[in-house]
Design a protein around this ligand. Structure first.
Ligand SMILES: *[C@@H]1O[C@H](CO)[C@@H](O)[C@H](O)[C@H]1NC(C)=O
Length: 247
């Protein structure tokens, strides 16, 4: 069984000539619950006309060709067993945000594949899952998380790739109806996907001037405050050789 974005394509499932002929509309969504402004794409994945919603929020001061955090929000019908978002638009050599429902909540798993096999867990992208905006009910599950490491990554050539914080980025998703074998664990294995699709996601509609404040408001930490906490710990442990220049 091969894992490839080539079988069971969205276009084949929907019976159209190519995925690019599908509506590719990215719109602004202001989330009343978390306060983030997201750019949103609704991916139709089955003949039932049901869709999976992908939302992305970025800091307004994010620069091109540099690392920045992003907040991802996903809303998926309960019949979705697991769902993967590929930040570089392909199965291999890019961060994969895999998620699934688990009881009354949902799980996010960081993955990265170098071959067409079950993607192993990936420490190059880390997530802070927000309590606000992460839940599941009888019909849908929803995940909201800050990702550090999703918008830049080593591509297949080994060189660093960056998603454009002000423009369009090609993303992809894959999903399967079968649930992971151990849904309470983020390192659970899961079976090959049934369907995939891709689109261009406009990050210029995802701008948040108060990104760090909103991260904190939703119970997360900003990257700089985590770094300064680590520095403080080192100072306490006496590994820094003194307090000079540290706050
Ligand atoms: C179930 O959850 C989804 C996603 O959060 C939400 O859009 C929907 O309104 C909820 N349905 C009910 C009946 O609460």
């Amino acid at each position: 069984m091969r894992w490839t974005f080539g079988l069971g394509s969205l276009a084949a499932v929907l019976g159209v000539a190519s995925a690019s002929s599908l509506a590719n509309t990215v719109t602004v969504y202001n989330d009343p619950e978390t306060g983030f402004t997201f750019s949103q794409y609704q991916a139709t994945y089955s003949l039932s006309g049901k869709y999976i919603t992908f939302r992305i929020a970025v800091p307004s001061d994010a620069q091109q060709n540099s690392q920045y955090d992003a907040v991802i929000q996903i809303v998926a019908p309960s019949e979705v067993g697991w769902l993967g978002l590929a930040w570089g638009g392909s199965m291999t050599y890019n961060p994969l945000t895999v998620s699934w429902a688990n009881g009354g909540t949902a799980v996010v798993s960081s993955r990265y594949a170098t071959g067409h096999v079950l993607p192993p867990t990936y420490s190059g992208a880390t997530y802070e899952v927000f309590k606000t905006g992460t839940k599941s009910n009888g019909t849908h599950y929803q995940v909201t998380a800050k990702c550090s490491g999703c918008t830049s990554y080593a591509g297949s050539s080994g060189s660093q790739r960056y998603l454009n914080p002000k423009g369009g980025n090609r993303l992809a998703f894959a999903y399967a109806t079968q649930k992971p074998s151990n849904p309470s664990s983020a390192s659970s294995s899961f079976n090959v996907h049934d369907v995939f699709g891709y689109w261009t996601h406009d990050f210029s509609l995802a701008q948040n001037p108060s990104f760090s404040n909103l991260v904190t408001k939703n119970g997360g930490h900003t990257t700089s405050s985590v770094a300064s906490k680590l520095r403080k710990k080192r100072i306490v442990a006496g590994e820094d050789g003194g307090l000079a220049g540290e706050e």
